[in-house]
Ligand binder design. Structure first.
Ligand SMILES: Nc1ncnc2c1ncn2[C@@H]1O[C@H](COP(=O)(O)OP(=O)(O)O)[C@@H](O)[C@H]1O
Ligand SMILES: [Mg+2]
Length: 263
């Protein structure tokens, strides 16, 4: 639950795009300190663009975006260090010769700056991050020898080692088996509760997060809904975005076609 109603991410009629592409159109959305927000929407709906915007990697072409006390109309603003980011999966070279602890130490470099070597304090922070994701016993294991779920936990630890205020996760469960998916979502919930982090979780696992998040945000270039899951997960709202890919079972569970396979 939110500790306060202090907005730390505020989109105000903001649009983002690439040459010839409008990826997000007229987004107005505030995320408060301590909130756990789930972001859903089909592939190509602008979810990763939302991440890049929050990280200050893209400036709005229209409207405004404020993160913390920073107006992000200019790129390269300084709030990025406060945002721990787990990028969408894809580019992990399983044979890359790096250990678990070395991977997590990378999360310290942003805090240290370019010319400062990490010291024992940084190592302690990295180890603490590893213990939060219960991977401390694997600190010397080669990253490539871990399962997909374990690797995601290590990347979450790398984000935590930054000592962020916000944890931004872009489809952390994609490609994992059901048990590993469940473990990652439970870990994220645990981090929200224990570390009081603000969480922005992008996922297709609506059924897994609906009972855990404070609010759901439904995107398809535009923002179709933002509110408590019971208010967003209504057939008439979801069908606007998912069309005939929406399936509602007799148990009233809402199952949305698995978009990962089309990616
Ligand atoms: N680097 C890029 N250059 C041009 N268009 C892009 C780029 N990245 C994403 N897009 C386009 O922006 C839209 C939103 O993409 P994205 O934010 O990646 O969606 P999602 O993460 O929901 O799948 C899509 O139409 C996509 O093709
Ligand atoms: Mg994406």
């Amino acid at each position: 639950m939110s500790d306060s109603l202090e907005p730390i991410i505020r989109f105000d009629h903001a649009s983002f795009g690439f040459p010839g592409v409008i990826a997000l159109k007229d987004i107005s959305l505030s995320i408060n300190a301590g909130e756990f927000v789930g972001v859903i929407g089909p592939n190509g709906s602008g979810k990763t663009t939302l991440c890049r915007a929050i990280l200050g990697l893209m400036a709005p072409v229209e409207g405004h975006l404020h993160i913390f006390d920073c107006a992000c109309d200019a790129l390269r603003c300084h709030h990025r260090a406060k945002i721990g980011y787990l990028p969408q999966k894809g580019a992990v070279d399983r044979n890359f010769p790096v250990t678990v602890l070395e991977t997590v130490m990378m999360g310290r470099y942003g805090a240290l700056g370019l010319f400062t070597r990490p010291g024992s304090k940084d190592r302690a922070i990295a180890m603490e991050a590893l213990s939060h994701v219960e991977m401390d016993e694997h600190k010397d294991t080669a990253l490539g020898h871990l399962s997909g779920g374990q690797q995601q936990r290590v990347f979450i630890a790398r984000a935590l080692a930054q000592q962020p205020k916000v944890l931004l996760l872009d489809e952390p469960t994609t490609g994992l088996d059901m048990t590993a998916q469940h473990n990652v979502i439970e870990l994220v919930e645990h981090l929200h509760d224990e570390l009081r982090l603000t969480i922005v979780l992008i996922t297709h696992d609506i059924n897994m997060i609906r009972s855990r998040v404070d609010r759901l945000v439904l995107l398809k270039t535009r923002l179709y809904a933002a509110g408590p899951p019971v208010d967003v997960l209504k057939p008439e709202i979801l069908s606007q975005v998912y069309g005939k890919d929406l399936v509602i079972t007799d148990k009233d569970l809402i199952i949305v076609e698995d978009y990962h396979h089309h990616h």
